[in-house]
Design a protein around this ligand. Sequence first.
Ligand SMILES: [Fe+2]
Length: 198
Amino acid sequence: MKTFEEKKFNIPTLKGISAKNIEEHLKLYAGYVKHANLIVTKIAELSKNTDAHAYEIGELQRRFGFEFDGMRNHEIYFASLEGGAQPLADNSSLRGDIASEWGSFEAWLSLFNQVAKTRGIGWAVLYYDKKSDRLMNAWIDEQHLGQLNGATPILMLDMWEHSFVADYHPSGKANYIADFFANLNWSAIEKKYSEAVK
Ligand SMILES: [Fe+2]
């Protein structure tokens, strides 16, 4: 049987977000990989007698999206912090397309900040939808509720408390968001966008 593999990330020293927090956060990511694999394996085992295990299979299947998206969301989050902070070039297509959609990069950033401050645990996401050729913001509850079918996540900001409370305290969301943006490797994000648009 195929298995999902835990990816390794080379995260440099970050502004505001401690190495210890990243270390702990990577352990949580590893847990999603482990549980995505566990669900697939368990369902295969229980499928030997679907009638006897109908309820268990249904419940495991229901939670699969949570574990799978938890794995993928974190891979996008950590990848955007690799390689050190890099600005989004003034002439980049992503900056231009954000400005076309929202008026200016700054207008989008302000709106994205509001999305990130949505109450509860989840993710703020910038998606690109190829079918409509447009960028969209979204809020995802937990790891999976609100993912946009077929659209590619370009930027994902983890707004679960585990991602910031150790460094910023519960009241420090705004500082965490500001530091996340200060730490981003926009050239990696721009590359991801170019591949999605292709
Ligand atoms: Fe997380």
